[in-house]
Design a protein around this ligand. Structure first.
Ligand code: G3H
Ligand code: 13P
Ligand code: ZN
Length: 316
């Protein structure tokens, strides 16, 4: 099966109360770990590529790796998605490069400008059979290419449910990333994690059947945080979204859950462990291999948290 859009995935996910995992890819080992997991668990998959990933690995390498994943897994629907596209031109380039889904992130613009920009991307993408995700409200956390709010400001910029209705109607967008208190990266909360499920519920009532997206959804798994801290790393205050909250959101119309930090931490933890236990190791296969295996096991577990394990066939 060729690459697919996320349209059918979201229809099934919404109806059957699960979410599809959207995993960020930056290199071959990360992609192989994710794809090995979905092949075993028979789950639909969204592989997403950020601007940072495109400038690190180059689009042609990433596309070639994903083409192999698609060819080797004809029974799995795979969507190739641009994560946090910042301009019309970036989104257009990705549509032209064969992406089946793009995100235009105009969340830092004033409301009317976010609508105008999103509408422009939707028109071009839809003319080319590509679906579009947009964002309303603002997330926290700072990543290489995605600038977010500080901890203190996150709760002040949640998505407004009434604005969400106007935004979806005026743009014709296919899914909407909502700000409900999550942040990108490994430091999502200073105190006990809290998400604004009331916002999800209100939007769900006003836009029944419309797929929502949750960014900043890594859990910062204790297993990897402990390994990183044990073997020379320093991430004592790292904190993520509890997995129960992710499972709950998946039953409330959140059809796509974005995970990057958990992949980064799984790979980093295993590499640190190998270097600490075998200081003479210098063969990349001997540290990237265990990292890839850790990613595979972590993703297998996530697919059950999201509820999408075993759902590949119904999304074809
Ligand atoms: O949303 C942010 C993703 O984790 C991508 O981060 O731009 O550093 O690749 P990146
Ligand atoms: P995390 O940093 O929580 O993994 O979020 C990733 C993300 O939202 C990518 O768009
Ligand atoms: Zn994001």
């Amino acid at each position: 099966m060729a690459l697919v859009t996320s349209k059918k995935m979201f229809e099934r996910a919404y109806k059957n109360g699960y979410a599809v995992g959207a995993f960020n890819v930056n290199n071959m080992e990360i992609t192989q770990g994710i794809v090995a997991a979905i092949a075993e668990e028979k789950a639909p998959l969204i592989l997403q590529i950020s601007r940072g990933a495109r400038s690190y690995a180059s689009m042609s390498y990433l596309k070639a790796i994903i083409d192999v994943a698609v060819a080797e897994n004809p029974d799995i629907p795979i969507c190739m998605h641009l994560d946090h596209g910042d301009t019309f031109d970036t989104c257009k380039q990705c549509v032209d490069d064969g992406f089946t889904s793009v995100m235009i992130d105009g969340s830092h613009h004033p409301f009317e400008e976010n609508i105008r920009l999103t509408r422009q991307v939707v028109e071009y993408a839809h003319d080319n059979g590509v679906v579009v995700e947009a964002e309303l409200g603002q997330l926290g956390g700072i990543e290489e290419d995605v600038v977010g709010l500080s901890h203190d400001d996150v709760l002040k910029h949640l998505t407004d449910p009434d604005q969400a209705v106007r935004f979806v109607e005026k743009t014709g967008v296919d899914s909407l990333a909502v700000a409900i208190g999550t942040s990108h990266g490994a430091y999502k909360f200073k105190t006990a994690p809290k998400l604004a499920f009331d916002v999800v519920e209100k939007i769900g009532k006003k836009l029944p059947g419309f797929p929502l997206v949750m960014h900043g959804s890594s859990s910062v798994l204790p297993e990897f945080k402990e390994l990183i801290n044990k073997y020379g790393g320093k991430m004592p205050d790292a904190m993520g979204v509890p997995e129960e909250a992710i499972s709950k959101a998946a039953k409330m119309g959140v059809c796509k859950v974005n995970i990057d930090t958990d992949l980064r931490m799984a790979l980093t933890a295993k590499i640190r462990q190998v270097f600490a236990e075998k200081p003479g190791e210098f063969d990349p296969r001997h540290y990237l291999g265990p990292g890839r295996e850790a990613i595979k096991q972590m993703v297998k577990h996530k697919l059950h948290v999201l509820g999408c394990a075993g759902k590949a066939a119904e999304c074809m």
